[in-house]
Every structure is written in C-alpha cells, then in structure tokens.
Design a protein around this ligand. Structure first.
Ligand SMILES: Nc1ncnc2c1ncn2[C@@H]1O[C@H](COP(=O)(O)OP(=O)(O)OP(=O)(O)O)[C@@H](O)[C@H]1O
Length: 313
C-alpha cells in the first residue's frame, strides 16, 4: 500500500469487484474500482443512479462483503476480516449516516439519549462527550427534546452527532442532504467541514447533490462501477467563478470554477471515456491512438477494420 506522505491512506481500494447474484441474474455493481482517500480528507463521491455508489459505501462500512480485489480501511483488510473483526471494525473505526435518519435514530428517546446509546451499547458511556457533540452540531439547547419534537434537519444533525459517538476515524454519509431543504443541507455540510477540520475525522459523502462539491476538497465520479473522473480543489482557491469551456456537462460547469478536473487512469493504464464522447467520435470497440511526446489523441479508425475470421465474398 503506497501513501504519498508516508502515512497509510484511510481508504485504499484497488480492483474492487462486487457481484450480486440472484437465482436468475448476476449484477456486476463494481467493476474493479480504484479509490484512495487520505486520512483527514473530506471528499464526495457522485454518480448516476445505479453507478455503484451505495454498493461501495456499504462495503466500506462493513455492511456488505466485496467479491474480489483489495479494500483496506485503516488497519483493516475488508476482504479478510472475520465476523468478530467486522463487529469491532463497525464499532471502532467507522460511523455511518443515512439519508433516511430513521436508521440512525430512536424516536422516543431524547437527542442526548440517542447520542449516548451507541456509547452504552459499547460499554463506554460518556455523557460529557455526548453533550459536546450535540453542541458541535448546534443543538445544545435541544438535548432534552425527543426526536419527534425535532425538525428533519435537526434530526439529521443528531444523526451526525451519533455517527461520531464512538470516536470513529472515518464517517460515511449516504445522501446526508437528500431529505432536507437546500439551506439545511448547506448547514449540515458546514458542520461536516468543521468536524473534519477540528476533529480530523475523514469524511466520505455519497451524493447526487452537486452543491456538496463546494464544501469538499475532492469529488470523485463513479460511472458503471468504476471511478472515472476526479475534481480536486485548486490550491488557494477563493470564491472565483470564472466560466469554463463551451460544451460543459452540469458537473463540469458546477466544479469548473473551483476544482481542477482529472481523468482517472488505473495501475495498468486504463481510463474511461465518456459514452457521449465515443458517440460523437463514432468510436465503437476499436480506436486509433497517437502520441506527440506530451499528449495522447484518440480517434476513430481512418478506414474500415477488417473482420478477422470472415472470408471475403
Ligand atoms: N442487493 C442487490 N442485489 C442485486 N443487485 C443489486 C443489489 N444492490 C444493488 N444492486 C445493483 O447494483 C448496481 C449498483 O447499485 P447501487 O445501489 O450501488 O447504485 P447507486 O449508485 O447507489 O444508485 P442510487 O443513486 O440509485 O442509490 C445497480 O445495477 C443495482 O441494481
């Protein structure tokens, strides 16, 4: 496992494969995905419906097992963990937030009791820390309120405090702003950002919400079960809003002003070319590459490719 600054990455996935098998069909949800997330990073994963985002998050959260490849989180090897290690992993290393916060919260308990619950389950009650977490998410005045007395956004902030209750190194958030209005979503992201900076917790957010990009260092797009494109925040970026190129996708337009875009190339030199580029180039199956010493150009074959194995008429 290589790390650029000598520290092991928080997340390291290489050639990660997940195949769902049912009686009739096999679905390959992850096709050999590569992803490295450094310790203390706050990043987002975006992608269309069905691209494999939740599958990846469930694997990283220890809720599902990968089929093949490599997946390490901190000291843990997710492909080799025993059941007991998996329980310890979920308890000690990772915190989870879902869009539907019903999965995180017990409605008839107060906000404070909800945050204390995972601590009690793990035999480490710490009321002072639970209060500190609720204060950190701006709910110091609502600690005694039952969940049913809180708004959706407030409940999501309780879920955020709960996810940190056992002092995890990594928080995984699946569409954390999906069920709240825009302003509340922004507030939740700002809290994520503060917790990331102040507590050093690594945060991975899976989302459809492109405005999340404004709050994170890096956005990785997943397409068809592979990481395809990355946007990395420009060094020293202020709030500039320079226009991007002409034919931009919504994503490029959104991230273009503050992030630099890169295509992801895996260890053996593969990259993904967007389907619409291939269509516009009229490339199907085979293409022609040329290299001028600095840039690679890719285009359609200039003549018809002979069909091997087919006899001429
Ligand atoms: N339990 C399962 N059994 C069979 N196929 C599954 C299962 N879970 C997911 N899939 C399939 O795997 C692929 C990836 O699904 P996944 O839920 O990871 O996508 P996603 O990017 O999170 O989508 P969405 O944004 O809609 O939640 C899809 O084709 C989906 O139908």
């Amino acid at each position: 496992m290589e790390a650029t600054d000598g520290k092991a990455p928080m997340i390291y996935c290489e050639g990660l494969v997940k195949i769902y098998k049912t009686d009739e069909v096999e679905v390959v949800a992850l096709h050999g995905l590569n992803l490295t997330v450094e310790q203390g990073e706050m990043m987002a994963i975006i992608g269309n419906s069905g691209s494999g985002k939740s599958t990846l998050l469930n694997i990283l959260g220890g809720l599902d097992r990968p089929s093949a490849g490599r997946a390490h989180v901190g000291k843990w090897d997710l492909l080799k963990m025993t059941k007991e290690q998996l329980i310890a992993y979920k308890r000690e290393t990772v915190g989870f937030i879902w869009q539907n916060n019903g999965r995180n919260l017990v409605p008839y308990l107060t906000a404070l009791q909800n945050v204390e619950l995972p601590m009690l389950i793990h035999g480490k009650p710490d009321r002072a820390y639970a209060k500190q977490l609720l204060a950190a998410v701006g709910l110091e005045r609502r600690m005694g309120s039952r969940l049913t007395q809180l708004s959706g956004g407030e409940q999501q902030r309780v879920a955020l405090a709960i996810s940190l209750a056992n002092r995890p190194q990594l928080v995984l958030a699946d569409e954390p702003t999906g069920s709240v209005d825009h302003a509340t979503g922004e507030q939740i992201l700002r809290i994520f950002r503060r917790l990331n900076r102040e507590m050093g917790v690594t945060i991975v957010i899976v989302t459809h919400d492109l405005s999340v990009a404004d709050q994170v260092d890096r956005v990785v797009a997943i397409r068809d079960g592979l990481t395809s494109t990355e946007w990395i925040r420009r060094e020293g970026d202020g709030q500039s809003d320079e226009p991007g190129g002409q034919e931009q996708s919504e994503q490029d337009a959104r991230f273009g002003s503050r992030h630099e875009q890169f295509v992801v190339i895996d260890q053996i030199g593969r990259l993904q070319i967007p389907k619409d580029y291939l269509e516009q180039m009229q490339v199907e199956g085979k293409a022609v590459l040329s290299f001028d010493g600095k840039h690679v150009r890719i285009g359609p074959p200039e003549r018809e490719i002979p069909q091997l194995g087919k006899k001429k008429a």
